[in-house]
Design a protein around this ligand. Structure first.
Ligand SMILES: Cc1ncc(COP(=O)(O)O)c(C=O)c1O
Length: 395
């Protein structure tokens, strides 16, 4: 263990399962460890470094804003916050005109749940089997995986789960007491699961027929990652509330629940606030990030590079018995295997490439949308190698 690892182990609560790697610097799609070794990053803090690590425009903006004003409570007006909310609403799906700012993904989901219950005066929230929305109590109550839920009960009342991708299963659960249906347009944590093409149109119909709101969680799939600004655009569906976070602050913590004016207007002043929400520093970083995404048309770049990367993954999958399936859209991709991939992740790290995982058997790829083709090629080469090594050890 190096001194940093020793200090974290000594003084940190053991909340995270750790990889034996200390990252001290990052630029674009590359991060460096304490010894100066470089790694191509396909994990990006699980999708956070969407515009690249320490993006120049974001860094410059943070510097200037830090010099001017870092904190400003939401009970005052602030220019940085105002500019950010305008930008966010302008890139949001049509009709979503009000941003409720938060500091993380899970808080954005909390805000969405509260907005839905407040607006409809109903209690039930229907989310999806396999869905992941965060680990605070509201979001956790809507999260499927037992391993996150069971040690912490009782969770909130009124939460039920439908089969993801099956509108009939949803239809059986949504009734006159359903405040909202909450779903990821593409499930991230459970392995990049893309639903059938007409699924979300049917989900929208079920919600409209029964007077329930539709909350789409774009925290992992949004901001251009799947080849469109919002993954919901692939299905031509507009939600009533959309949650955003991860890459939104260029690496700084920020999130939002963006909704229609009617839904947002059901909250009375003071009913849902938070000390840091809308702080000028994160908002400035958010504006620089959104400007960078739109000016460089990152959704198109994600589509183009994602198609090439997916083709590369499919080629690898077809040449290895251990590989099972390639899934995803844009640069939100996965390769599912038939084995535990932990040792393959460590082996890739040793070769200078960081991959994320979903469950035990699936490689998850959430690279920066600015990743270069040569870096994708290097990543694929290493992936091919580590799967090959694992296979050689087994057969
Ligand atoms: C779809 C989705 N929703 C919510 C969250 C929770 O976000 P956070 O970890 O910022 O609380 C995540 C995090 O991975 C996510 O992928």
């Amino acid at each position: 263990m190096n001194p940093t690892e020793e200090l974290e182990e000594t003084y940190g609560a053991p909340a995270f399962k750790k990889f034996p790697l200390t990252i001290v610097r990052g630029k674009g799609s590359v991060v460096w460890d304490a010894e100066g070794k470089e790694y191509i990053d396909f994990m990006t803090g699980i999708g956070v470094a969407l515009v690249g690590h320490s993006n120049d425009a974001v860094v410059e903006t943070i510097r200037a804003q830090a010099d001017r004003l870092i904190t400003c409570h939401g009970s005052f007006y602030n220019d940085s916050r105002a500019g950010f909310m305008e930008r966010l609403v302008k890139v949001s799906p049509r009709g979503l005109t009000k941003a409720l700012l938060t500091n993380s993904g899970t808080e954005s989901v909390e805000a969405a749940i509260k907005l839905a219950r407040r607006h409809t005066a109903r209690k039930k929230i229907i989310s999806m089997k396999g869905g992941f929305h965060g680990k605070t109590y509201g979001a956790l109550s809507a999260t499927w995986n037992k391993k996150y839920r069971e040690p912490f009960g009782p969770l909130l009342e009124g939460f039920e789960f439908a089969e993801y991708g099956d509108a009939e299963s949803l239809s059986q659960l949504v009734d006159g007491d359903t405040a909202a249906v909450l779903a990821e347009p593409i499930q991230g944590e459970s392995g990049i699961i893309v639903p059938p093409q007409d699924y979300f149109r049917q989900v929208r119909e079920v919600c409209d027929q029964r007077g329930a709101l539709l909350i789409l969680d774009e925290i992992q799939s949004g901001l251009g990652r799947t080849g469109k600004m919002w993954a919901s655009e692939h299905w031509g569906v507009v939600p009533d509330i959309m949650t955003v976070s991860k890459g939104l602050g260029g690496g700084l913590p920020i999130g939002a629940a963006v909704s229609t004016a009617e839904v947002a207007g059901s909250l009375k002043g003071g009913e849902h606030t938070s000390t840091f929400a809308g702080n000028p520093l994160s908002c400035a970083a958010g504006s620089a990030t959104l400007d960078f995404i739109t000016k460089n048309d990152l959704p198109s770049r994600a589509k183009e590079k994602g198609e090439k990367m997916k083709a590369g993954l499919s080629k690898i999958a077809s040449s290895h018995k251990l590989a099972k399936e390639v899934r995803g859209l844009g640069l939100m991709l996965a390769l599912q295997t038939r084995v535990d991939i932990h040792s393959q992740l460590l082996s890739a790290e040793a070769k200078g490439v960081i991959f994320a995982y979903s469950g035990r058997d699936t490689f998850r790829f959430l690279p920066a949308l600015v990743i270069e083709e040569s870096q994708i090629s290097k990543g694929l080469e290493v992936l091919d190698g580590v799967i090959g090594e694992e296979e050689a050890g087994r057969f």
